[in-house]
Structures are given as structure tokens and as C-alpha cells.
Design a protein around this ligand. Structure first.
Ligand code: SAM
Length: 278
């Protein structure tokens, strides 16, 4: 009979944030597949758990998934952990889970911390509907295009962001999304945990280290927060005010937003259909 694949959530900072069930499973499995074995060994040492570990990360995922599946089929029980939080949430594991399911192996989630839910709960932003968009692209052009795709959504947007990029991302978000309510959640569950809250134009980042979740509230009706103009509105304004045709107006708006003309066109169509649905 096949063994089971356990997806075990581990702390995102404070080592006490691990469930009793997670600790029991880590003690009972035959093998622990880790994003970084040295990192996980510190957690295991803290809880006096001594288990064989094997690395499983983005660069060896293909071969390692096949190895691990062979072991599961041979009857071993295996836990998958990442460096922090819930495996597969912006972390390796997707291939292993998908292939295990295809092979009829039982996949057992062991829930626990994840930075996105931790940050959202304490953010004070709307929680009824949220969109987790992982990491934004590192390049400015692609990042602004991605933000423009997300702009029509009426949910809180949640991102993981690298500390050295947060200032640029806040500036891009301000331009593309308008001056929305925002929270920068830093170093969650750690000694220097911090929530910086305010409109995008007000947020000041003094510290450019530490782990960050960026949360941006939905578009608002608040008159004090200047809303972003839609691409359609900007195109129409350019045609009206500067007497240029639609094609040139679109070209100008795309250049101002640092996105391609075809992307601006696609987004304009999306805005128009979202508008029709309202
Ligand atoms: N699997 C993890 C989870 O469930 O949250 C996320 C892994 S992802 C590779 C790492 C990113 O998560 C960091 O760059 C940061 O954006 C966010 N993150 C992780 N721990 C955090 C913490 N303690 N405080 C703030 N953000 C954190």
C-alpha cells in the first residue's frame, strides 16, 4: 500500500507557531522533503525531532518529485515542508502534489501559518473578498502591466514583495491603481513586526530590510482618495482635450503607463466589459 504525502505548514517567524498535529506528523513520517534542509534542520532541532531529510526545491523539482513518488509508492510516509509557512503558497511542491494525485497517492494537508492570511487578518482592509497575486514581476514594465490587469478587481489585493523593491512597487501601484488604502505588513510574528497603514501616497518606508506582505484595498468611493482613471477614461480625455484620434490616444496612454499598446487595448476592453456588468 502507498504511503501518504503530508503538506506541513511551518512557522513564518515565531517558532511557537506550529501545530501539535504538525509536530506529531514530523515525528512520525519516514522522510521530510524540505525546500532547504539546513533551514528545516533548525526547526527540527528546536523540537528535538531527528528525521532523514531530502531537498525539494525549484531547481530539482522534476527529478526529485519522481524519486519521492517512488518512495511513497513503496509505502513510505513523507512530509513536505517549505522554509516558512504553507508549502505551495509561492513555494515549491506543485508538481509533487499534482503527480501524487495522478498516481492515486493520498495527499494530507496539515494546516498552519501563511503570511498572506496572517497579514490580511490584521490589516484592517476588506477581507470578504481578496485576491492573492503572489510576487509581482521584478521588471517595472511587466509589474505595471500586472497591476493594470488587477486594477478593475473590487477586492483587496495581496502581494508578497521583496524589501528592496517595495518603494518602487508602491509608486507604481499609486500610478496604476490610484491612491488606495494600503498596508505594508513587515516581519510578521517576529520581534520587529510592523504594520504601516495609510493611503498609497502617505506610506513611508524607512526600513528596506525584512519580509513584506503588501495589501492594497479595493477601489474606493472616498472623495479624499483620488481614484485611478480607467484607460477608457484617459483615452477619451486625450481625444477630447488634444483632438487626437483613438489610436494615437491609446498609444499615448500606454506610454504613460509603461505598458504596451496591445496590453492597453486588452485592458480597455476588459474595463468596458466590467463596466457593462455593473
Ligand atoms: N509559503 C509562504 C507562506 O505560506 O506565506 C510564503 C513563501 S514566499 C517564498 C516568501 C514571502 O512570503 C516573503 O518574501 C514575504 O513576502 C512573505 N513572508 C514570509 N514570511 C513573512 C513574514 N514573517 N512577514 C512578512 N512577510 C512574510
Amino acid at each position: 500500500m502507498s504511503g501518504k504525502l503530508y503538506l506541513v505548514a511551518t512557522p513564518i517567524g515565531n517558532l511557537e507557531d506550529i501545530t501539535l498535529r504538525a509536530l506529531r506528523v514530523l515525528r512520525e513520517v519516514d522522510l521530510i522533503a524540505c525546500e532547504d534542509t539546513r533551514h528545516t534542520r533548525k526547526l527540527l532541532a528546536h523540537y528535538e525531532i531527528s528525521k532523514p531529510t531530502v531537498s525539494y526545491h525549484d531547481h530539482n523539482e522534476r527529478e526529485r518529485a519522481a524519486d519521492i513518488i517512488e518512495k511513497l509508492k513503496a509505502g513510505l510516509n513523507i512530509a513536505l515542508v517549505s522554509d516558512a509557512g504553507t508549502p505551495l503558497v509561492s513555494d515549491p511542491g506543485f508538481r509533487l502534489v499534482r503527480d501524487s494525485i495522478d498516481e492515486g497517492i493520498r495527499v494530507v494537508p496539515i494546516p498552519g501559518p501563511s503570511a498572506l492570511v496572517t497579514a490580511l487578518a490584521a490589516s484592517g482592509l476588506a477581507t470578504a473578498e481578496f485576491t492573492f497575486a503572489g510576487f509581482l514581476p521584478a521588471r517595472r514594465y511587466a509589474r505595471r502591466a500586472r497591476l493594470a490587469q488587477l486594477a478593475p478587481l473590487r477586492s483587496t489585493l495581496v502581494f508578497y514583495e521583496a524589501p528592496h523593491r517595495i518603494k518602487e512597487t508602491l509608486a507604481d501601484a499609486r500610478d496604476v491603481l490610484g491612491n488606495r488604502q494600503t498596508v505594508v505588513a513587515r516581519e510578521l510574528t517576529k520581534l520587529h513586526e510592523q504594520f504601516i497603514r495609510g493611503a498609497l501616497s502617505e506610506i513611508e518606508i524607512a526600513e528596506t530590510r525584512g519580509e513584506i506582505v503588501l495589501l492594497i484595498g479595493p477601489p474606493t468611493e472616498d472623495k479624499n482618495l483620488e481614484p485611478a482613471r480607467s484607460i477608457l477614461e484617459e483615452v477619451e480625455a486625450a481625444m477630447r482635450e488634444d483632438g487626437i484620434d483613438r489610436k494615437n490616444a491609446l498609444k499615448r496612454v500606454a506610454r504613460a503607463r509603461h505598458i504596451s499598446k496591445s496590453e492597453a487595448y486588452r485592458l480597455m476592453l476588459a474595463e468596458a466589459s466590467a463596466h457593462e456588468l455593473e
